[in-house]
Design a protein around this ligand. Structure first.
Ligand SMILES: *Cc1c(COP(=O)(O)O)cnc(C)c1O
Length: 335
């Protein structure tokens, strides 16, 4: 695909006033763990609490004048970004989600004035509902990851990180549909061809990881995870994000629910930051010693903070967490 640094720079100009310029902060604790300087890109500081505002704003700003409304399927944060972007332009937004999406995310979307449609038990079911709305109500569907403008918007994160710290040696990117990883990798490689870019995801339901191994998009069962924002498939008809991840990622690494649990605790107790399970997969991989790092600073992206606070309270107080038929055994934080 022809996504270039120029597309990403153009995206940055379009979205800058609403979604650019989040902080990149050092983590002394994680630097100690990794044996290298660790930097955290705080996308949790976005107005919607997640990076997805970047891609959504870039996509919605490019729509024709005669478009009256937008729709999308979402694990929560893309829908919130689309709802925000639609409100800026005065457009109707209908956000389609499965029953797996936490109530906190649904409430955040409703609060932005969007219509919410809960359909089925998977992202595929939610996508089918979005397709119906396109056919029957003339809405424009904005893919959470397989859309050139969305990917370019997410890529602005890579641009900002390398501008702030051109010496970054490794970027650890949370990975689901691959819009974020694809965009960040294109930007980072254009600026620093030798940089190492690793995609991180949870072992329960790692669709892109399985697809990269198979060499084509494959389906995996969607199950509850602490990293709920990383759930869902890559789309069997994936055109853009799969080839980008295949061509640009050095590696993909899986972390367990237990790794994610410990990383959420560590980020909270050591750095005093609240982040979703999906945000901490890079931290989890470093703490578990599961990822190879290139020389130089390591940067990871704290992608969102839109979690269920009752669940977060359980994690930071060391209690069990029940994920469907899987139980993450509680343990108090032990530095
Ligand atoms: C969507 C999302 C991701 C993954 O982004 P993809 O482009 O789907 O790979 C990571 N973290 C959070 C919090 C998200 O909402």
């Amino acid at each position: 695909m022809g996504l270039t640094l120029a597309d990403i720079m153009q995206a940055r100009a379009r979205i800058a006033s609403l979604a650019g310029g989040t902080p990149l902060v050092p983590s002394p604790f994680l630097s100690g763990v990794a044996g290298a300087e660790v930097l955290l890109k705080l996308e949790i500081a976005q107005p919607i609490g997640a990076f997805k505002l970047r891609g959504a704003l870039n996509a919605v700003s490019a729509l024709d004048e005669d478009v009256t409304g937008v729709t999308c399927c979402s694990t929560g944060n893309h829908g919130r970004g689309v709802a925000f972007a639609a409100r800026v332009r005065g457009l109707r937004a209908v956000i389609c989600m499965s029953r797996l999406v936490p109530e906190a995310k649904v409430a955040g979307i409703r609060a932005l004035g969007a219509e919410v449609c809960i359909a089925g038990d998977s992202q595929d079911d939610a996508q089918a509902e979005a397709a119906r709305l396109v056919a029957e109500e003339g809405l424009v569907d904005i893919s959470p990851f397989d859309d050139a403008r969305v990917i370019a918007g997410q890529g602005t994160i890579g641009l900002e990180m390398l501008e702030a710290r051109p010496d970054i040696g490794t970027i650890l990117v949370p990975l689901s549909g691959g819009g974020l990883a694809g965009g960040v990798a294109v930007a980072a490689r254009a600026i620093r061809p030798d940089i190492r870019v690793v995609g991180l995801t949870m072992s329960r339901g790692a669709a892109m990881h399985a697809s990269l191994i198979a060499g084509r998009p494959v389906e995996v069962a969607e199950v509850p995870s602490l990293a709920d924002s990383l759930g869902g498939g890559v789309g069997m008809a994936n055109r853009l994000s799969f080839p980008l991840c295949r061509d640009y990622l050095d590696e993909t690494v899986l972390v367990s629910e237990e790794d994610i649990y410990l990383a959420m605790q560590a980020l909270f107790y050591e750095d005093r930051l609240v982040a979703e399970g999906a945000s901490v997969v890079g931290i989890a991989a470093m703490m578990a010693g599961k990822v190879d790092l290139a020389p130089g600073p390591v940067a990871t992206i704290l992608t969102g903070r839109n979690l269920d606070m009752a669940l977060f309270a359980r994690v930071v107080t060391g209690r069990d967490v029940v994920l469907g038929d899987y139980i993450v055994e509680g343990r108090p934080y032990a530095p």
